[in-house]
Design a binder for this molecule. Structure first.
Ligand code: GAR
Length: 209
């Protein structure tokens, strides 16, 4: 089995990135984490990755005049790494077509809600305000619709009496760390055709290349 080369994009803590790195320690896991890229020089996750001897790279969005210029620099770096897939893990940037188009069908993201519910920011606050009894997280392909691409996998958690955004976020995060490695493994063994919005499992014959 040739493992898929994966780059992980982060902006901060990087706990989901760490969960992917841990899963990829298993030689039987279908993906290897080749590099971790942050748009913030102070992202705590960078230290974790360095401690695991994973190549890290910072592209500070504040150094670029436009979103497109930042996305072009990020795309150039990601292309140079010869990646098969990109996993966004708490990467808090709205992306333009400069980045989205070259990676269509090859970029996935984790979002802290049961998509299509609560796209965008403050998902936990909005779920609590609505009084939902079940909340959770989703991994989806990244498209030009914010948090709107095809969902790969979801995990549910109960909303408990007295929950605050913080207690709910912590319960969801536990599930995120289990869900993302499973969903990345699925993405690494499936091919997404962005034109037809359908998934096609790779034929056995092409799995070994
Ligand atoms: C996670 O909860 C992730 O789902 C969320 O940010 C957190 C990052 O934590 N992502 C988004 O809200 C994206 N819209 P982490 O840095 O510890 O992985």
């Amino acid at each position: 089995m040739k493992r898929k080369r994966v780059g992980v994009l982060i902006s901060g803590r990087g706990s989901n990135m760490a969960a992917l790195v841990e899963a990829a320690q298993d030689p039987a896991y279908p993906a290897e984490i080749v590099c971790v890229v942050s748009n913030r020089p102070d992202a705590a996750g960078l230290k974790f990755a360095q401690g695991r001897n994973i190549s890290t790279h910072v592209i500070d969005h504040k150094s670029y005049a436009t979103r497109e210029a930042f996305d072009a620099a990020l795309n150039d770096y990601l292309q140079s790494q010869k990646l098969d897939l990109i996993a966004c893990a708490g990467f808090m940037r709205v992306m333009t077509s400069v980045l989205l188009e070259p990676w269509a069908g090859k970029m996935i993201n984790i979002h802290p809600s049961l998509l299509p519910l609560y796209k965008g920011t403050h998902a936990h606050e909005r779920a609590l305000a609505d009084g939902v009894k079940v909340h959770g997280c989703s991994v989806h392909y990244v498209t030009d619709e914010l948090d709107g691409g095809p969902v790969i996998a979801r995990a549910e958690v109960p909303v408990l009496p007295g929950d605050t955004p913080e207690t709910l976020a912590a319960r969801v995060l536990v599930e995120e760390h289990k869900l993302y490695p499973k969903a990345l493994a699925m993405a690494a063994t499936m091919e997404f055709n962005p034109n037809s919005s359908s998934f096609r499992r790779k034929p056995e014959s092409s799995k070994s290349n």
